[in-house]
Design a protein around this ligand. Structure first.
Ligand code: F6P
Length: 402
């Protein structure tokens, strides 16, 4: 049983990440899969000159023909690989126009095709993914502004011919940020459909390092929230954390918008010019409303009823003018999806806060809600999280061990 999977979607929508996950997921089930990427072939065959926006202009007949040739060559490579024993050939390209998909259907008649469309309507993620694309080697001779302009023009050409799936025989439309299927036309006859569907809706994390910010004056005084800086001891801890990770690749570090989180990350970033650091407000500590800046003992003294109400039901308790753990689930979940999407399921670090890191852990673990606000989140250790189909790891490690 053999199958073509054809990825569909505008650039920066998460196609390649999903293609890779499908490949790995199938291979773990002893189904061989390989990816055939039009873009890579284009760069090999036509180099830098194919990076210009005009190469993607649908009215440029010469370029259109070259792109058609690349696409045909890629299909031939996929077919040859299936002929030589492969099970699932994944064609990774925009494949956005109906005309292009008709060519695929007409050319790949020998085996069934499953079309998978990736969509992503999160403006922040689109913007960040587009900026990341402009760091590709093909834009290396342009300034960052020129590269952005060039890529946006390319994107506009793709958009001008793009049509969503709907007419094809067997397809699914996937929200690449939430890993959910938005619409599908399944077929029982199609091999591996169920296996691929399971992979598509699963969330994978190769390496997530979940760190809590280092010591602050507020921590020493037991005060809630605020925006305090690190203490000297906090900076020493941050230096040890940076030394611990010195030999590890960290392409993405996400912080909150608070100083203590940014300062903890700052030492990690010092010798990593290629690392992307992004501050997401979704990772800001729980808002303690009128209790911000107070000590727990102040709350007990001045607002005993509030203190007791929280002690009785910490998960659902909403600080007056602030938040509850239950409310964090939604916003932290959004931040986590964004972070995982941007990191493309590669390695990432999140420098969060006590309640935030509890919530992040709870989003992976099947915890009882009432246990979430009591998960152990030390400042002297970090969680290393790995989640794939075969492996689920939550390990608390000491960063003092270099
Ligand atoms: O004490 C540090 C802190 O991050 C506070 O800013 C925050 O209000 C608190 O932890 C959250 O923990 P808990 O829900 O246990 O009070």
């Amino acid at each position: 049983m053999k199958l073509y999977v054809v990825m569909v979607g505008l650039p920066a929508r998460g196609k390649s990440t999903l293609a890779k996950r499908i490949q790995l997921g199938l291979e773990q089930q002893k189904i061989s899969a390989a990816i055939f990427n039009n873009g890579e072939l284009r760069r090999v065959l036509h180099g830098m000159r194919s990076a210009s926006p005009d190469f993607f202009n649908p009215d440029n007949a010469e370029a259109r023909e070259l792109r058609r040739q690349i696409s045909l060559q890629n299909m031939e490579r996929a077919r040859a690989w299936l002929d030589s024993g492969g099970d699932v050939a994944i064609i990774d390209a925009t494949n956005g126009s109906e005309e292009q998909r008709a060519t695929l259907v007409a050319t790949l008649r020998d085996r069934p095709i499953l079309f998978i469309e990736c969509v992503n309507n999160d403006a922040l993620l689109l913007d960040a993914s587009i900026k990341r694309k402009t760091r590709l080697p093909e834009f290396s001779c342009l300034s960052p502004e020129e590269a952005l302009e060039s890529f946006r023009r390319r994107l506009a050409y793709y958009e001008s011919v793009y049509a969503p799936l709907g007419k094809e025989r067997c397809w699914m439309r996937v929200d690449a940020v939430s890993n959910s299927i938005l619409a599908e036309a399944p077929s029982n006859a199609l091999p591996y459909y169920a296996a691929i569907r399971d992979i598509v809706v699963s969330r994978w994390v190769q390496h997530l390092y979940l760190v809590r910010h280092m010591e602050t004056e507020y921590n020493l005084e037991g005060r809630l929230g605020g925006d305090p800086p690190l203490t000297e001891q906090g900076f020493r801890q941050a230096a040890r954390l940076a030394a611990h990770f010195a030999n590890k690749e960290l392409p993405y570090i996400f912080t909150s918008t608070k100083r203590r989180s940014a300062q903890t990350a700052s030492l990690l970033l010092q010798d990593r010019p290629g690392t992307v650091r992004m501050a997401l407000p979704e990772f800001d500590e729980i808002n303690a409303g009128v209790c911000e800046g107070m000590r727990y003992s102040d709350v007990l003294e001045r607002m005993p009823l509030e203190y007791q109400a929280r002690a009785r039901n910490k998960y659902n308790y909403v600080y007056p003018g602030g938040e509850s753990y239950a409310m964090l689930k939604e916003r932290v979940g959004r931040g986590l999806r964004r972070a995982l999407f941007l990191a493309g399921e590669g390695t990432l670090m999140i420098v969060g806060h006590q309640a935030i890191n509890r919530t992040i852990l709870s989003l992976f673990l099947f915890q009882r809600a009432e246990d979430v606000p009591y998960t152990y989140i030390p400042q002297t250790q970090y969680y290393h999280i790995t989640i794939t189909q075969r492996r689920k790891l939550f390990e608390l490690s000491d960063y003092d061990v270099v």
